[in-house]
Write a protein that binds this ligand. Structure first.
Ligand code: SF4
Length: 370
């Protein structure tokens, strides 16, 4: 065994001992896991962690619809192929009534439990446009869980309106908002944000929006966008900051790691695209480090269904849902289908030796396939 392999084996053994003793992993452990090339050992450790923390064979998914009301955005993240400026070809902004009609038509074709709505941060709308949208969706689809807007969009609404995060979130909740999406976290390091998303709010604001939301009883999701200019230490720092907030509030429902898609973006063309091994590592290490977030998603829209299926052996317990009409990842070159029929999700989960469970957004069970 080479010196490097021996050092890696010692680090993984230390993680295993901590897991078995119920001890929390620290930043040095997280980095050692990322530096390890022993992918199968990482998967085994992540699965051990998942089961030690109460996970069983269940794998969750939701019947949902993803919509985007506008792709007009002032932020211009370098990794984004979805955003347009208002006069650019392909720019669109739907009124609350148009969006509600689209959501209603989709529901008539195929009922869903969750509506996932994210947008560009348009400077050409006001807070009332958001409130009216949520009110209108809630009135038309009262049984559908409205999972709308990232913490970054809430920050944008606060900027547009001059209102506090608390007031923005309270008014949205009163209008019918049920939870927040997890986008906009990217990587928290200011060095990285400056390089890939210089127009985006600092990490502290993203975290504060989530803190306030959780305090108001609005749960949310958390994410990490990796595979661009960040270091492994910056990925670990990102996970630790999420874990710290979750210790404080307990309001994150699930964590979702995404690899950046490079096509049609303004990122450095020299960036080497992430591999399947990177995706599996991200899943496994987030399961190990985020010991207080109950669910880790293998988001098939970004990873593809076959790799999501494999990620179920690396600590993931959720593959998101039927999704429908996804545009953000596909603009940046994702080649996955944009809609997965329930029977296909069920078949992939069962073929991995696990039990498919249809859930709602809050992880209440709707149906299981034994
Ligand atoms: S990622 Fe979001 S905030 Fe950034 S440019 Fe794209 S739409 Fe705008």
């Amino acid at each position: 065994m080479s010196v490097t392999a021996r050092t890696e084996a010692i680090a993984l053994e230390r993680v295993r001992e901590k897991l078995e003793a119920g001890e929390r992993l620290d930043g040095a452990d997280g980095l050692a896991l990322y530096e390890s090339a022993d992918l199968l050992a990482l998967g085994e450790l992540a699965e051990q962690a998942r089961r030690l923390r109460g996970g069983g064979d269940d794998v969750y998914f939701v019947r949902n619809l993803t919509l985007n009301q506008t792709n007009v955005c002032r932020v211009k993240c370098r990794f984004c192929a979805f955003a347009r400026s208002a006069r650019q070809e392909g720019a669109y902004t739907l009124s609350p009534a148009e969006l509600t009609a689209e959501a209603g038509r989709a529901y008539e074709q195929e009922p869903y439990n969750e509506l996932h709505l994210v947008n560009g941060e348009s400077p050409h709308v006001d807070f009332d446009w958001y409130l009216e949208t949520v009110r209108s969706l809630h009135a038309a689809l009262p049984t559908v869980h409205l999972k709308c807007y990232s913490a970054s969009e809430i920050h944008h609404m606060a900027t547009l309106s001059g209102l506090s995060y608390e007031r923005v979130l309270s008014e949205l909740k009163q209008a019918g908002l049920d939870s927040l999406t997890g986008g906009g976290a990217e990587i928290f390091s200011p060095r990285v944000r400056k390089l890939i998303a210089p127009g985006k709010e600092p990490a502290e604001n993203w975290l504060e929006v989530n803190r306030v939301a959780h305090g108001l009883g609005i749960p949310s999701h958390c994410t990490m966008l990796y595979g661009h200019v960040e270091t492994l230490a910056e990925r670990v720092d990102h996970l630790l900051r999420l874990r710290e907030l979750q210790d404080e509030t307990g309001g994150f429902l699930a964590f979702v790691p995404f690899a950046v898609h490079l096509e049609n973006t303004r990122l450095d063309p020299e960036i080497v695209p992430s591999t399947a091994a990177d995706a599996l590592k991200a899943i496994a290490i987030s399961r190990l480090v985020l010991d207080n977030v109950a669910h880790v998603k293998a988001y098939w829209i970004a990873m593809g269904l076959p790799l999501s299926q494999i990620a179920l052996g690396f600590g993931a317990d959720d593959i998101q849902g039927t999704v429908g009409r996804e545009q953000v990842f596909h603009a940046a070159g994702a080649i996955t289908e944009t809609e997965q029929a329930v029977d296909r999700l069920v078949r992939y989960i069962q073929a991995a030796g696990r039990v498919p469970v249809e859930r709602d957004t809050l992880y209440n069970e709707i149906r299981r396939w034994e």
